[in-house]
Each structure stands twice: as structure tokens, then as C-alpha cells.
Design a protein around this ligand. Structure first.
Ligand code: FCB
Length: 435
């Protein structure tokens, strides 16, 4: 069978986020985060689930690192929980929290797995929310202090850093739509949160300067009009993507001057070593074409969207830095078979088709350095709780048993060989480029 080969040195990993996997929310002096609080709001999370236990990764990380190594994965993108490091969001470091990440990073390095550390994946210390949260400018300065603590503690062993994961989701879902923590619905506060997250990124870049490869992860999608006007789609694209891409890559903001202070954009547009791209699906405005296949969270499966996104980014931003795909993956209703095996052919097909589309983008000249599959373990999927399974490793949430799915073995082979088989008779997936 022929296969497509990725460039030498291409990085293959998986990604997780602290609140989604760690559990141990009161361990070793961790303070509460906005997600601990939000999970207590009746009706906020499917099934009333919380991240209290999650995948118990805080304690079981040695087993999980061993699993990654057995699959042949070369990198692990994880996030540090700010409330473990600064339980109140300010002041001196909680050494026990830092020690945990030190052990994790050492464990990864011992197994030859390269750590990619994200400083903020949505778990703001509740104490900072009580002082105004991201709509308050001061939160960005608190983030810079936190970044400096983590840099001082781990800078000798971590070479790959991201300031933020998906600031748009933090601002828009958290402060605009209220479907994520802290559950606020206010357009003006949303925009303030968005700018202060960007400012935190900019301040974080200064703090991390000289610490290795430093970037930021955005959730990006091609925006496609379907049943609506191009102008509406463009407005939606700005609101979801341009609001973040333009300040970071061009030093431009359309937000008002009383919010964007002099000098902010210089910080925010300081050069990044890479842009992290999370891609799951195109966004159709105002509605999704009914004929498209969808995953268990209802997201349409359109692999060519990944190629189109990357080629479009490069064309729109000629100075686009190198890219890592920092998340891509799919939720399906996986079940443990009678023999204990978890077969997930739809996820394999999704990954397979997306990797071929990614390869097309590389062939088209986009500088992509690596791919992080979302996600290693079935975990706490935010407002969906444990009801949605994105993992390549099945987790029994009753007893924490890990069962690598078919997709884990398939992806391990990709990671070990750096090659993706062309679709064969047993694995066909129609992409737009096949037509
Ligand atoms: C992204 C998040 C990640 C996970 C996936 C499915 O928006 O960064 O934590 O929830 O979606």
C-alpha cells in the first residue's frame, strides 16, 4: 500500500488540558478555579459532572506517560493548572504544585517524549474571577507573574511553550454566551475579556523570551456561508478569528481605545515562534449543510477544511510563522466490546483523512512542524461532562481503567513511521479533493 510521508523531524503527539484530566482538585494546596465553581451551577454541565476526579491524571501520570511511550508518541502537549501554582492567583508560588509538573516533565523526558507546555487552558483561579476575571485588566498582569513563576521552575527542562489555549473560547463562551466558566452573558465584558487575554499573551511572550520556542494556540476554522450572505460570514469570521489573529499577526485591533491602551498591540504582536492551530470543522453561517457526516458532538466532518484553513492563513498572512496543529480529533460513542477491545473505526477514518489533508497543506508550502491529536484520554469535555469521548484511549470513568482504542494503535504506527497510508479498500474516506 502506498503512503504519504511527513517531513523528517515532524512532531507527533497528543494533547490534554489540566482541568480535563487531572482531578485531585484539592490536592497539594491547589486552589479553586472558575471551572470548579461553574461545575456546581445546576444545569451548567451535562449530567452534573465535575472535574473533581477526571482521569486522575494528577496521580496516574506515570501510567499515562508509559502508555504514550508504548504507542511510540514523540511529544505531549499538556497545560499547567494556574490554581495549583498560585492558589489565589497572586503571590508566592505553591511549591508542591510546581513539583508535580517537574515530575511530569522529568518523566516525559526520561521516555523521550518532548513536553509542550501550555500556561493557560481556561482554569482561572477563582480568586481572580472574584476580582473581575478576564474583563479586568489586572488579570493580564497576574498572568505575567504566574508565567514567570512557571518559567523559573521549569525553564531548564521545557523548551516549547504556549501562552494560551483558544482565548476566543475563554472570552466568548465564558463571558459572552455563558456556556463555559464563569458563565457570564455580556457582550461588552466578552470583548474586554478577549483583549485582556491577548494582553496576557503579549506579556507572557516578554516573560518567556529566550526560554525556547514560544507560541499561542487559537481555534481556527474556515468560515463558509451556507444559506446566508458573504457579509454575514465575514463578520462572523472576524468575531471568531480576526479579533485574535489581527492583533497577534498584524498588531491591529478593532476594539475601542479605552480598552486597547497605547503599547498593548506592540506587546501582543511581538514575534511568535509558532502559531498553534486547533482545527475540528469548518463553521457554516448561518447553518450546517444537512448532508455532511457529523461526530458525536454534531461537528461536521470536513477534512479538506484543514488544508483550506492552512493555505488560507498563509495567503492572508504572508508572514505566518511556522504552524503546529495543536489539536485535531473527534468524539464518537465508543463502547468496550465483549472481548474488552474498543474499536473506533470512525475516529481512525477521521484522523486518517485529516492527516492526508494536512499533508496536502504541507505540499502546498505551509510550514507545519507537528501534529497533536486531541486527545490522549477520554476526559472531562467541559459543558458536555464525561458524556463525549474524544480519546484514543478509552477511560472507564468508574474505575479509571485505560484501554487503548484501535485509533491509538493506528496513530502509534503513524507516529513511529512518520507516514500515513493512502486510503485502501478497508479505509476509504471521500474528501473534496478526491472528487
Ligand atoms: C477545544 C479545547 C479542548 C477540547 C476540544 C474538544 O476547543 O481546546 O480542551 O475540549 O475542543
Amino acid at each position: 500500500m502506498t503512503s504519504v510521508r511527513f517531513p523528517t523531524g515532524f512532531v507527533w503527539g497528543t494533547a490534554t488540558a489540566a482541568y480535563q484530566v487531572e482531578g485531585a482538585v484539592a490536592e497539594d494546596g491547589r486552589g479553586p478555579s472558575i471551572w470548579d465553581t461553574f461545575c456546581r451551577v445546576p444545569g451548567a454541565i451535562a449530567g452534573g459532572d465535575t472535574g473533581d476526579v477526571a482521569c486522575d491524571h494528577y496521580r496516574r501520570w506515570p501510567e499515562d506517560v508509559a502508555l504514550m511511550a508504548s504507542l511510540g508518541l514523540g511529544a505531549y502537549r499538556f497545560s499547567v493548572a494556574w490554581p495549583r501554582v498560585q492558589p489565589d492567583g497572586a503571590g508566592p508560588a505553591n511549591q508542591k504544585g510546581l513539583d508535580h509538573y517537574r515530575r511530569l516533565v522529568d518523566g516525559l523526558l526520561e521516555r523521550g517524549i518532548v513536553p509542550y507546555l501550555t500556561l493557560y487552558h481556561w482554569d482561572l483561579p477563582q480568586a481572580l474571577e472574584d476580582r473581575g476575571g478576564w474583563p479586568a485588566r489586572d488579570t493580564a498582569y497576574r498572568f505575567a507573574d504566574y508565567a514567570a513563576i512557571v518559567r523559573d521552575a521549569l525553564g531548564d527542562v521545557v523548551d516549547h511553550w504556549a501562552t494560551l489555549n483558544e482565548p476566543k473560547v475563554a472570552s466568548h463562551a465564558g463571558y459572552g454566551e455563558g456556556i463555559h466558566a464563569p458563565g457570564i452573558r455580556d457582550r461588552a465584558l466578552r470583548d474586554r475579556a478577549a483583549h485582556h487575554l491577548l494582553l496576557a499573551h503579549g506579556l507572557g511572550l516578554s516573560v518567556l523570551s529566550g526560554s525556547g520556542e514560544v507560541g499561542v494556540t487559537l481555534d481556527l476554522s474556515p468560515v463558509v456561508p451556507y444559506g446566508g450572505s458573504r457579509a454575514d460570514a465575514e463578520a462572523y469570521d472576524y468575531d471568531n478569528h480576526g479579533m485574535f489573529l489581527e492583533p497577534i499577526l498584524r498588531g491591529e485591533s478593532r476594539l475601542p481605545d479605552d480598552l486597547v491602551h497605547a503599547g498593548d498591540l506592540d506587546l501582543i504582536s511581538a514575534p511568535i515562534d509558532y502559531l498553534g492551530v486547533n482545527y475540528y470543522r469548518p463553521l457554516y453561517v448561518p447553518r450546517v449543510p444537512p448532508e455532511l457526516p457529523v461526530t458525536a458532538v454534531g461537528w461536521p466532518v470536513v477534512p479538506s477544511g484543514l488544508r483550506d484553513l492552512l493555505v488560507g492563513l498563509r495567503d492572508t498572512y504572508p508572514d505566518l510563522p511556522p504552524v503546529y496543529i495543536t489539536e485535531n480529533g473527534a468524539a464518537y460513542d465508543d463502547e468496550v466490546g465483549p472481548d474488552g477491545w474498543v474499536d473506533d473505526p470512525l475516529r481512525v477514518a477521521y484522523l486518517h483523512a485529516h492527516l492526508l489533508a494536512l499533508h496536502e497543506a504541507i505540499e502546498a508550502g505551509v510550514d507545519v512542524r507537528g501534529y497533536f491529536l486531541w486527545t490522549l484520554l477520554d476526559n472531562f469535555e467541559w459543558a458536555e461532562g464525561y458524556s463525549k469521548r474524544f480519546g484514543i484511549v478509552h477511560v472507564d470513568h468508574a474505575d479509571q481503567t485505560r484501554r487503548p482504542k484501535t485509533s491509538a494503535h493506528w496513530y502509534g504506527q503513524v507516529a513511529r513511521t512518520g507516514a500515513v497510508p493512502q486510503p485502501g479498500p478497508e479505509l476509504t474516506w471521500k474528501t473534496e479533493s478526491d472528487e
